[in-house]
Design a protein around this ligand. Structure first.
Ligand code: NDP
Length: 339
């Protein structure tokens, strides 16, 4: 029988490309957790999805109530089948805002959509994985959550949760940042990615042995063409993919990025838990100078980077900071009401 996969944000970009790859194998049934059901239906029709193997389900990550409703619907849908995979993929990126936008629960949008709601969702879905022989939970990290790399450590602003003072206070209006400092949209996004990666490590430590679930985070490469960059200014959207392709060599197409997330969900090697997966296309000619410490440059692997170039990427000291990880876990549990 088909394995049950839940992916958030399947109506565009990476989530969509990954779903296409999963459906092609005819080994999976994908539940697409989306905020806009009408858009998803149109996209599914355009892509010719086999609706026997794909179920769109409403999930608005900017609302904890919606997460609870989604989980109930999912539980009914699955019946006595276990969930085999969860990919926390949906995200928003709001780097040019100079004021925070808030969700109905009073959190800054990027924090709740990218991080808090996925934390809550994960806590609710884990028990539904009982009985799966190969359960995996994967979160989308980013090169920006890994400061061993050019993209993460070299480009201002840098992801940094500091002492988590904002999170400790509930990270609710008017507190827009986990570190408690003033709002910075680009940093808020990077902080959420760092938090997702740290959460994966924590999940691995706490639950891998007892549940058998494999927890990992992924950096699929810089997919400069997805709508994630929709909130950047038009000149940036036009030039950035070109810049990524020719200047940094770090551009990865949507299809290829989709293959990568698909691999993490499908490849037997990726049953391994506690890993931050990356793809290494090898240095391009004349570009060795930009490789650092065994990590990868922005989107390294854009040139080749296929199935065989999968590797266990280094994680920065920030991601591996145990004290901070415990605090992050406790405060986020309190904020989201996750058990
Ligand atoms: P897209 O903007 O194309 O996709 C994001 C998806 O999230 C969309 O389907 C969107 O829905 C959904 N979404 C946004 N807000 C909500 C919400 N409130 N509730 C439910 N769903 C929501 O971006 P990408 O495909 O590029 O990004 C996918 C993931 O990859 C993200 O986690 C991102 O951080 C990560 N990533 C991306 C990189 C890149 O270079 N693009 C690099 C590294 C990581 P809708 O279709 O309705 O807009």
């Amino acid at each position: 029988d088909k394995k049950l996969v839940v992916i958030t944000g399947t109506s565009s970009g990476l989530g969509l490309a990954t779903t296409k790859a999963l459906l092609r194998t005819e080994k999976y049934h994908v539940v697409g957790a989306v905020r806009n059901m009408d858009k998803m239906k149109v996209v599914a029709e355009e892509e010719g999805f086999n609706m026997d193997h794909f179920t769109p389900m409403h999930l608005e990550l900017a609302s904890f109530a919606s997460v609870h409703r989604f989980v109930e619907e999912l539980d009914k849908f699955r019946g006595d089948r276990p969930i085999d995979r969860l990919a926390c993929n949906a995200a928003v990126y709001q780097p040019t805002l100079n004021y925070p936008k808030w969700t109905e629960d009073g959190h800054e949008q990027q924090h709740q959509i990218n991080y808090f709601s996925h934390f809550l969702l994960t806590s609710k879905i884990m028990p539904m994985m009982e009985g799966s022989e190969d359960a995996r939970i994967c979160m989308l990290g980013s090169v920006t959550g890994n400061d061993n790399t050019v993209g993460g450590g070299g480009v201002y602003p840098i992801a940094d949760l500091k002492e988590l003072v904002g999170l400790e206070l509930g990270c609710k209006k008017p507190i827009a940042m986990m570190d408690g400092y003033n709002f910075n949209g680009a940093k808020a996004y990077k902080d959420t990615k760092l938090a997702c990666m740290m959460t994966c490590n924590m999940l691995h430590e706490r639950f891998h042995r007892s549940t058998g679930i494999a927890f990992s985070s992924v950096y699929p490469g810089c997919i400069a063409e997805t709508p994630l960059f929709r909130e950047k200014r038009p000149w940036f959207r036009q030039l950035f993919p070109i810049f990524m392709k020719y200047v940094t060599g770090g551009f990865v197409g949507e299809e290829e990025a989709g293959q990568r997330l698909f691999q993490v969900l499908h490849d037997p090697r990726c049953r391994k838990s506690g890993v931050y997966w990356g793809w290494n296309g090898g240095p391009r000619e004349g570009r060795e100078d930009s490789l650092e410490k065994g990590g990868q440059i922005i989107g390294a692997g854009g040139a080749g980077g296929g199935w065989d170039s999968l590797f266990e990427n280094d994680q920065s000291d920030k991601v591996l900071n145990k004290d901070l990880m415990m605090k992050l876990w406790d405060y986020t549990t309190e904020i989201t009401g996750a058990e």
